[in-house]
Design a protein around this ligand. Sequence first.
Ligand SMILES: NC(=O)c1ccc[n+]([C@@H]2O[C@H](COP(=O)([O-])OP(=O)(O)OC[C@H]3O[C@@H](n4cnc5c(N)ncnc54)[C@H](OP(=O)(O)O)[C@@H]3O)[C@@H](O)[C@H]2O)c1
Length: 305
Amino acid sequence: VTAALALGTAQLAQAYGVANHRVSGAAHDPRAILDAARERGIRWVDTAPAYGDAERVLGRYLAEPGRAGAFRVCSKLSPLPAELPARELRAYVGRAIDQTRGRVGCDRIDAYLVHAASDLATHGAALVDALAAARERGAVGRIGVSVYEPSEAFATLAIGTLDAIQYPFHLFDRRMAESGVVAKLRTGGWLCFARSALLQGLFALAPDALPATLEAGRPWLTRLAALAGEHGTTPVALALGFAVHHSGADFVVVGADDAAQVHAACDATGRPMPGAAAEASERAFTDVPGDVRDPRRWRATGGAS
Ligand SMILES: NC(=O)c1ccc[n+]([C@@H]2O[C@H](COP(=O)([O-])OP(=O)(O)OC[C@H]3O[C@@H](n4cnc5c(N)ncnc54)[C@H](OP(=O)(O)O)[C@@H]3O)[C@@H](O)[C@H]2O)c1
């Protein structure tokens, strides 16, 4: 399967870039990014209350004349408070969904994911029931979870009722596809989003431009630059082509800081990926250490900004 692109929205928010493990900065013109996405036929946006003001920025854009329905929207349920009693879960989730609908200005959120997979482990059937109730009343379309680990995806698969998932997939981390869980999700008809195709912008950095705290990534970025050169392409185009052709997802979520990056992403993925480049990419990055491939661990190593 070849995935289509979806637009990530963390870059739309003012708050973007302040998280200390980010390697890229904030967008100055969210409207230009969204216009470019529409122009290029991108039909899904991926957002979350966790991405600063992104839901509201998106909502303001969609409220302008002629924009209603321009994008299908995937958003997320922020991590639940630790002590939330089971009997309050349904009302709590319902309110969170209604707040997202209000901010985005949509009657229905097309896909709604639990942002912290651990919430699904903690609350189990009660949380699934709460999501299903929201789907029942038409407030959300697909329901599911955003995961980091194949084990979380396998656990999610075992739960009936859910039908959407988001997972990381990029040159340095292909575990989701290689574990076989993506094939199972597809067979089950799940709506699949792959994220971090550019590893939060890391693949766009020159090896020499790496922040000191990500020094461990230097040999891998050097290898990526060499590989892209051998195949007559750029690291960004190689990474995006790889995600689109090998993630097994319906949509690859990609973030952009400006309209030019939206166009670059669409240009890079609009053509087939030569088999030799894909095979070489698979061979080159089999054992990238977790400190480099998992952005959650960048912070632990001291932050990248
Ligand atoms: N598009 C292009 O052609 C292009 C070209 C050159 C450079 N770039 C660079 O690549 C970047 C996009 O990289 P990408 O598509 O791999 O990923 P991304 O959109 O930056 O984010 C990938 C994932 O990281 C997490 N995340 C995003 N923002 C966050 C924040 N503020 N705080 C904490 N976590 C956050 C989110 O996952 P969770 O919700 O699970 O945390 C998100 O889904 C652009 O911003 C740009 O700097 C893009």
